[in-house]
Design a binder for this molecule. Sequence first.
Ligand code: WT7
Length: 652
Amino acid sequence: MSDTLIQSHLGENRSFDPPKQFGSAANINADRLQQAHQSADSDSQKYWAEAARDLVWHREWTQTLDWSRKPYAKWFVGGELNATESCLDRHMGTARENKTAILWEGEGGDVREYSYAQLLQEVCQAANALKSQGIAKGDRVAIYMPMVPEIVVAMLACARIGATHSVVFGGFSAESLRDRIQDAGCKMVITADGGYRKGKIVELKKAVDDALADNACPTVTSVLVYQRTAQEIPMVEGRDVWWHDTVPQQEMSCHPEYVDSEHPLFILYTSGTTGKPKGVVHSTGGYMTHALRTCNWVFDLKDEDVYWCTADAGWITGHTYVTYGPLAAGATNFMYEGAPTYPTPDRFWSMIAKHDVSIFYTAPTAIRTFMRLGDQHPQAHDMDSLRLLGTVGEPNNPEARTWYHKVIGGERCPIVDTWWQTETGGIMITPLPGVTATKPGTATRPLPGIAADVVREDGTSCDVDEGGYLVVKEPWPSMIRGVWGDEQRFVDTYWNKFDGNYYFAGDGARKDKDGYFWIMGRVDDVVNVSGHRLGTMEVESALVKHPSIAEAAVVSRPDEITGEAIVAFVTPIQGKEAGEALKNDLMAMVAKEIGAFARPAQIRFANAVPKTRSGKIMRRLLRELASSGTVTGDTTTLEDFSVIANLRDEEE
Ligand code: WT7
């Protein structure tokens, strides 16, 4: 890339330091971690301000934190930046310019590689294409794409021009997509004709067409369509534009739109305790600060690493640890398009061997699934390149962790168990590899500057090993900034439980004598199925849309592979037959309303849903019934004892 082009990307009047050189001292060791803890404990704002300086800023901030209007934090007040400058432009003119930024393998085995310079050019061209479609700073853009490099390009193209992206996981149905487009008032949808999954085509464009049908989303003025599968699809005149008809024709540079540090980089919908998902809003400056720092520290990134986070870009993990974190860190980022076990059960391991993957971050469900498939699949491949493994929570069975350590990690790779959430933006509680002494089953300790604690109902700290609520007592840069369009829900969900003082994570936990956090799972009606977060009420709302269903109560039970599995108790309307046909219909209903991944593992019919006298669904009792088939404890508040009797009967 020529000097003039680099100059034009970076803009004039830059008030930040020149890009760090190849091999910058981004890594951490025990001494530096201790120093970081000390610095954060004595002056957390100073600590975070130093972390923020790892980014490229256009204008320096004047105030590190404004926490005067709780719970609305503002970080790096007055600062201006563009996230893509930290991810791309800063690497130009350094040894990373021609380094591989994205190394991608399609499900069919096709491989593509982008250097940082090529990625920057592609992002600029896509950004110019968005502009040519009338997209500007502040507009919302929905992204509904398969795991191709262009999904990362699309996200960064939005960021380049200050548009806020809302990535919707390709497994969500047309209805879910429509709700999310409507909620955020998106002006554009970026999609693909289809994507590959287990050798079949996922009809993404068709879902977009269905979502937009009948003028359901009047804010959408254009749909940008990347061609992946090349099957015949209808294109709507005046609305739909092929990616290949506009992106490659654009100017190769695009000046970054500098935004305020608090400008919403993205919205990401996640499930909560009501039927309606919430749009979690993340900032630019604070989010990027933590994304970069955690990526460097937790994954101990070195320039020669090939880093693979297996998450789909449709989840927070795919935002922070596929897109923004690793690119800002200058990593070589491996991406895979398809199903983990397609066409053979060793697909993941063959790719680790082929591409010399050195850092591998995946979900416990994947680990449990692979373990079941047998040791011969990983053992068929030379995975000596691996040096670090990560998970998001331990597999619930200890033998799966041992398996991960032994069979995948060859007993030489540390495992980092990372606790965090969509709302926290980045990893919060985690060991650092080679630095923190680990104990299987715990995410160990909070990172410097993260004031996590376990508290009682009254907000006082729990004793050692006493179970309580996981909270964060001080703001941190990548914290959720709001729920899109619903201030009240933001305040109610995360802050009101502890009088607006603490961020409430929704998880139960305990802290042991070493200050290690043991996560005990959600204390609300949120469940985690194969790493996909779902609200039980969301599934209930989908089920009761069926004309034959009067009521539904959804709970989870533990599952060896998926972590949790959904069990739905449904009451058919009088006179409607409870049988296999209705079960199949209900499964289809959930797939249509939410997505196939949300289908219950089991549907059980009941003559009524057991409720307390005040009308609350007796979830504890149903959970127990779903897990073991027996009911114990106090059931005297039951409105209808026969309900329990019937459910028990059904079990036998
Ligand atoms: C929920 C957040 C983590 C990013 C991807 C999922 C559970 C997260 C751990 C862990 C046990 C964990 C919690 C949390 N969780 N990390 N290390 N050990 N449980 O993000 O979809 O927002 O889900 O995942 O219950 O609240 P998410």
